[in-house]
Design a protein around this ligand. Structure first.
Ligand SMILES: [Zn+2]
Length: 408
């Protein structure tokens, strides 16, 4: 589909209408794929469970004619790469996502996958099993629409699988919700070969905006060691690690610079044994967010240069910036412009959003590969008991993804 960038009306073009109708007719199939995926629970920390969903998806993608490659991971679930060749020699588009969720095994019992009032609820339904279902159904649709060209050009009557307008690589990882330690290198190496990266993470808010900027993320652990003593008998012999940590927390919190989009949050604090003991140990877990890569080194240095206020205390800092920010580069902006034109052709105005949360799109954008995120489901409550998607939004999300794969 060639979107008409001059088009401003809220009415879809004839081709846009045809595509929306195509996916609307298949809406129930998309919903049942999502349900199938949600009902295979896949918490990041349970390798056997995550491997099960990887296997189910390998089956689904190979039914579409994709060449499946499983990247074995030891401490995490396996990662799934699927390559779809095409006659075109263009660089592939990388469709990126993850199948791990934050929900422990057994969550389904209390939070079943249920359709009601136009929504579909369930663990991971928004983040991001609906995004994976969109990949499957969009690729199937593109094969369906382009099989005619394939026949004409090559005379392959017997098998039109793989008849995509351009090569596509799918990468689904198993450890996104826990930092992508074991998949980062795979994501980066596939991104380097791609023309662009489309991330099927949830969209933003009810209108379903795509994400053109994400903050980078850092995690630090600040450990304070003091000296234990009896709070009644030997109070003065003790060195209170909690008191020292409290002062450090004030200092750490002062590193926030809202204007730069730089925030520092002390999120978890531990320390002490009982009230009648001067505490020897205390620790704080700190979350750092940066909007700009140029701020990474500065905040890292500040965290590492924390020194004890009370010299009798010891302080140890570990951690680093784990995800670079996804900045709205020219390449990202150009992708958004394309997406907005495709959406216009489908009769809607696609918004864009800058968000604080990171995804694997941060890695690919930081390499300079044009990346558009938030192309997945529309809904609310990611990581929460009310997590859900809007079923009515599925057809146009699929049509948007299809248009982007063609247009890039
Ligand atoms: Zn996610």
């Amino acid at each position: 589909m060639k979107p008409d960038s001059r088009k401003t009306s809220a009415h879809p073009s004839a081709e846009g209408q045809r595509r929306l109708a195509y996916f609307s007719e298949r809406r129930d199939q998309i919903v049942s794929t999502i349900r199938e995926l949600v009902e295979i629970e896949s918490p990041s920390d349970n390798k056997a469970a995550v491997d099960r969903i990887a296997e189910a998806l390998a089956g689904r993608f190979s039914q579409l004619g994709g060449k499946v490659r499983v990247h074995q991971a030891k401490a995490f679930g396996n990662h799934l790469q699927v390559d779809f060749p095409a006659q075109s020699t263009a660089k592939p588009v990388l469709l990126l996502g993850h199948y791990d969720t934050v929900y422990p095994l057994g969550t389904l019992a209390a939070m079943p996958c249920r359709a009601a009032d136009g929504t579909l609820t369930g663990p991971g339904v928004l983040d991001m099993k609906s995004g994976i279902a969109l990949m499957l159904h969009t690729l199937a649709a593109l094969q369906d629409w382009h099989k005619e060209d394939w026949h004409k050009e090559d005379g392959h009557k017997e098998d039109w699988h793989g008849a995509l307008p351009r090569p596509v690589t799918v990468l689904l990882v198993s450890d996104e919700e826990v930092g992508s330690e074991s998949s980062q290198a795979i994501t980066e190496s596939l991104a380097k070969k791609a023309a662009a990266v489309l991330v099927l993470e949830p969209s933003y808010g009810r209108p379903g905006a795509v994400k053109t900027a994400r903050k980078g993320v850092g995690e630090y652990l600040v450990k304070v060691t003091g000296k234990a003593s009896h709070a009644g008998l030997d109070f003065q012999k003790g060195v209170n690690a909690i008191l020292e940590l409290a002062r450090q927390i004030e200092r750490i919190s002062s590193f926030t610079e809202l204007k730069k989009g730089l925030t520092v949050n002390v999120g978890v604090v531990t320390g002490g044994l009982r009230t009648n003991v001067v505490p020897a140990d205390a620790a704080a877990e700190v979350d750092v967010r940066i909007a700009h890569m140029k701020d990474a080194a500065g905040i890292d240095k500040k965290m590492r240069s924390l020194r004890p206020f009370n010299r009798k205390c010891k302080i140890a800092i570990t951690g680093r910036i784990t995800r670079p920010p996804m900045e709205r580069s020219a390449g990202v902006a150009a992708l958004y412009t394309k997406a907005a034109a495709i959406a216009r052709d489908l009769g809607w105005k696609l918004g864009e959003a800058a968000v604080g949360g990171g995804s694997d799109g941060n890695f690919t954008a930081a390499l300079g590969i044009p990346t558009l995120d938030g192309l997945g489901g529309v809904g609310e409550g990611a990581h929460a008991p009310h997590e859900h998607i809007l079923i009515s939004e599925l057809p146009r999300r699929a049509a948007l993804l299809a248009g982007l794969i063609e247009a890039i």
